[in-house]
Design a protein around this ligand. Sequence first.
Ligand SMILES: Nc1ncnc2c1ncn2[C@@H]1O[C@H](COP(=O)(O)OP(=O)(O)OP(=O)(O)O)[C@@H](O)[C@H]1O
Ligand SMILES: [Mg+2]
Length: 314
Amino acid sequence: MTDATDRPDPVEGTDPAPHEAATATPARARPAATAPDRPADSRTPRVAFRDARPPSGVPVFEVGGVSVFYGDHEAVRDVNMTIENRQITAMIGPSGCGKSTMIRCFNRMNDLIPTARVTGKIRYHNEDLYGRDVDPIEVRRRIGMVFQKPNPFPKSVYDNIAYGPRVGGFKGNLDDLVEETLTHAALWDEVKAGLKRSALALSGGQQQRLCIARTIAVKPEVILMDEPCSALDPIATAKIEDLMEHLAQEFTIIVVTHNMQQAARVSHRTAFFTSDIDEAGVRHGRLVEYDETARIFSNPSDQRTEDYISGRFG
Ligand SMILES: Nc1ncnc2c1ncn2[C@@H]1O[C@H](COP(=O)(O)OP(=O)(O)OP(=O)(O)O)[C@@H](O)[C@H]1O
Ligand SMILES: [Mg+2]
């Protein structure tokens, strides 16, 4: 059973911590390292971090000098980072610093925005993700995405899951796949009696787990999540966080969140972005610091990170 102390106290300006939900959700068996005490004036409470997972040593993404432009505006400038297999990476930072822009680079979603242009290199398993012979549709199958607002198809629960595999020519037993996938997404027990009901009749939290299930039904390797819990209540949020922890056994996850406690709870590594203004007075998003989550939240090396996580900025 999860120990309620495993979750941090609520902090002003972020979602409240789901204490109640913690006891009702699956076990978090990990031994949690406790962050060192923070200064008394800090608004960031002591949090129990995820135990740092030893680096797998297998890079999934290697990002080199990536900038993203919308028309002439360089929204994100010169990002360098490596994301390893089966780690949860959180991307945090103030509104407008380019987190969504950056996460969309990982599955070429920016291709769908006519004015967007990505420069620099993103290597995915050592292949150029933006190479001429790379099919963006296949990229998005292997690198799935879950959005802020749950967006199930206006179809039955069953068809939401079955859609991707059917389109992909799945030849096995679809009923089994649907059950297996919904079980994996911790939703099966709640929906098994109503698989033919509209997905739109589910609660917001159930819809978000359905969207995660829909994403994993096509057997991706990576799941990108852009603020997946921001439309959810604390109980639904706790379920998604537990699910992420479970999914990280198998998938590489990148998650954008405004909830710093969520970043601290779920991620192994955290990337802090901010935006700064250049000599010409133009604002660009920058990656300031990228490190193990416990280090970012307890002993960041950049003052801007410290200011942000302690609530003095953003
Ligand atoms: N489709 C677009 N067209 C033009 N500019 C865009 C587009 N999407 C984002 N931008 C600009 O890029 C910059 C970064 O935006 P982005 O949405 O990536 O920030 P964010 O960090 O995700 O913010 P938030 O936390 O509010 O979601 C902003 O200046 C924004 O106005
Ligand atoms: Mg965003």
